[in-house]
Design a protein around this ligand. Structure first.
Ligand SMILES: Cc1cc2nc3c(=O)[nH]c(=O)nc-3n(C[C@H](O)[C@H](O)[C@H](O)COP(=O)(O)O)c2cc1C
Length: 204
């Protein structure tokens, strides 16, 4: 079944970006994917909450594309969560607006996969570091899907980046076609690690 994908991009300096710029360029050609560049729309960081909620309302999947900044997301995206996911609309008694929608992140990290391990430089896996997002999605009754990761982003060769951008476009196409990556539920896992890529689940 076709799914309406809202791609919310949050990069504070997209003009200076190499990786997210390339991913975004690849995404522009994807059918059924609406691109929403938060820093371009809100240079003063004053979020139009009714507008954002109407956008969310009109889509089935929210994709948050952003670089990892201090083990989290850039500030405007945090601001977006704080203001758009309001009590009574996103969560709380009788709030059903987001129920059943999917939440998925496309995150680039400067660090490689090997530094995101218990004995590595960053001590925690990316899955563990993204748990506040996973729990936010859970509180909103959303399905939290395995993210699309671009790691060692600052040292990717041009060729590797081209391949990654093509994979991203294919991944977005699959989302729009209702073929979703596995749902993540860290409560079910001893060690929060993501499954090997490639497996998908049919959206229902
Ligand atoms: C303020 C700031 C904080 C960052 N924090 C992290 C971090 O916590 N972990 C990490 O792996 N990389 C971190 N990085 C590196 C970026 O994630 C990396 O440069 C980016 O994903 C590359 O994508 P781009 O070319 O689109 O900017 C940080 C970069 C900046 C500017």
């Amino acid at each position: 079944m076709k799914q309406r994908v809202l791609l919310i991009v949050a990069h504070p300096m997209l003009e200076g970006s190499r990786v997210n710029r390339a991913l975004l360029d690849a995404a522009q050609g994807c059918e059924g994917v609406q691109v929403h560049d938060l820093y371009a729309r809100y240079p003063e960081q004053m979020i139009d909450v009714p507008h954002e909620q109407a956008l969310v309302d009109a889509h089935d999947i929210l994709v948050f594309q952003h670089p990892m900044h201090w083990y989290s997301c850039p500030a405007l995206l945090k601001n977006w969560f704080d203001s758009v996911l309001s009590y009574g609309w996103a969560y709380g008694d009788n709030a059903t607006k987001l129920t059943g929608k999917a939440w998925v992140q496309a995150v680039s990290t400067g660090g490689s996969e090997s530094v995101y391990q218990r004995r590595g430089y960053n001590c925690f896996s990316v899955a563990e570091l993204l748990r506040p997002f996973e729990q936010t999605a859970r509180l909103c009754n959303m399905r939290y899907l395995q993210p699309f990761l671009t790691q060692a982003a600052d040292t990717l060769s041009d060729e590797a980046l081209r391949e990654q951008a093509a994979s991203y476009a294919a991944w977005l196409d699959q989302l729009a076609e209702g073929k979703w990556p596995p749902q993540v539920d860290s409560l079910q896992a001893e060690e929060a690690q993501y499954l090997a890529p490639a497996s998908t689940e049919e959206a229902s």
